[in-house]
Design a protein around this ligand. Structure first.
Ligand SMILES: C=CC1=C(C)c2cc3[nH]c(cc4nc(cc5[nH]c(cc1n2)c(C)c5CCC(=O)O)C(CCC(=O)O)=C4C)c(C)c3C=C
Ligand code: FE2
Ligand code: FE2
Length: 338
């Protein structure tokens, strides 16, 4: 090889060697850019076109999506988003940025950390390019969904691999498929339960409400339901709760098909008639508070419970950027060989 080529390639290689060698990509679902109908239409069009999210034949779904859903839902959803939006932006994005900053601070220069959203901005593709520009040679992807589901973690894998198909130099890759079995994660959940207990005393029932998925996902082998059951069992055990005082339910249904049961809203409506009027509710499938917790649980479901005769309804926040949640993320990354 002529000397000038070898000098050039050595120089390029040196630039890469000087940069941190590892990149961490934290991902979450994503959120609209603004709480208005046009932004919601863009976001929902991308989200609901994902075949991992809506698993019905494409031609039929396209007609329903563009002919019905995208004509009505953006306006309704925008109103709900307006009720949770903060001066800094959408809670899901703001909290995810805090999580990214805390993980980056703990890395102490050992790795570059980027945040990518599966739908909307910042996209997974842009976050991967940020890591590429930083010259990393290995990437660890941590989707911020504790319980694996094809619709969330599986879909994140699709987006990561779609972007990497365009890279000439594909990095070493480690992909984490859920972290609810990490000891520190269930420790963090148990800590939040114990803190609630110390502050408010014991409710009659602890309701563990997870985001739902269609029932056929479980029947086709998606392990999400089993991970949810396991999360409730381990967190309750660690917090010293009586298993009979804990309920596992599923929220956020979409469409007409049957979803995982029992449904959160129907359960809450039925509890007061059984003499259960004091509950605490948490939603461990969400690593960050978002529309589905701040509006659906904090407002809608609270109303459903109190209108049915319920008296005390406490929402226990998601683990968000709590230090013990960051401990769990760091331990998960560490075990992935970082
Ligand atoms: C259409 C089917 C849906 C499936 C399947 C689904 C699975 C799923 N989602 C999350 C986490 C989140 N979902 C969020 C919002 C949201 N989810 C759906 C639909 C499905 N989710 C819709 C249409 C929406 C948008 C809001 C609305 O218009 O009602 C969010 C919140 C985003 C935010 O901006 O705050 C999260 C997070 C999980 C964990 C999951 C499967 C296990
Ligand atoms: Fe969802
Ligand atoms: Fe919802």
């Amino acid at each position: 090889m002529p000397a000038r080529f070898s000098a050039l390639t050595d120089k390029a290689h040196d630039t890469v060697k000087k940069a941190p060698q590892v990149g961490v990509l934290l991902t979450n679902l994503g959120t609209p850019d603004a709480p208005d109908a046009p932004a919601l239409r863009r976001y929902l069009a991308e989200f609901l076109s994902d075949p991992r999210i809506v698993e019905i034949p494409r031609v039929i779904w396209k007609v329903i999506l563009h002919g019905i859903v995208l004509r009505t839902r953006p306006r309704q959803s925008a109103k709900l988003y307006q009720s949770v939006w903060t001066d800094e932006g959408s809670p899901l994005l703001v909290i995810s940025q805090k999580q990214r900053d805390k993980v980056a601070a703990r890395m102490e220069g050992k790795a570059v950390v980027a945040l990518g959203m599966r739908y909307g901005n910042p996209s997974i593709a842009s976050a991967l390019r940020e890591l590429q520009a930083a010259g990393v040679k290995k990437i660890v992807v941590l989707p911020m969904y504790p319980q694996y589901a094809a619709s969330t973690v599986g879909s994140t894998f699709d987006a990561v691999s779609r972007e990497l198909q365009h890279w000439r130099w594909v990095p070493e890759l480690r992909f984490i498929s859920g972290y609810c079995e990490n000891e520190r994660y269930t420790d963090a959940l148990a800590n939040s339960l114990k803190e609630h207990l110390a502050q408010h005393g014991a409710p009659q029932k602890w309701v563990f409400s997870y985001h739902g998925t269609p029932k056929f996902c479980l029947e086709k082998g998606d392990p999400y339901y089993c991970f949810c059951m396991k999360t409730t069992r381990l967190a309750a055990e660690k917090a010293g709760l009586n298993p009979d005082d804990c309920l596992t339910t599923f929220q956020s249904r979409f469409g007409k098909a049957e979803w995982l049961k029992p449904y959160t809203d129907k359960t809450l409506e039925s509890l007061p008639a059984q003499g259960i009027k004091h509950i605490a509710i948490l939603s461990p499938a969400f690593s960050a508070d978002c529309l589905e917790t701040l509006e659906e649980l904090e407002v809608e479901n609270r109303e459903a419970f109190t209108e049915a005769g319920g008296e005390t309804y406490h929402y226990i926040p998601a683990l968000n950027d709590r230090d013990d949640h960051i401990d769990a993320l760091m331990d998960t990354l560490d075990k992935a060989g970082l």
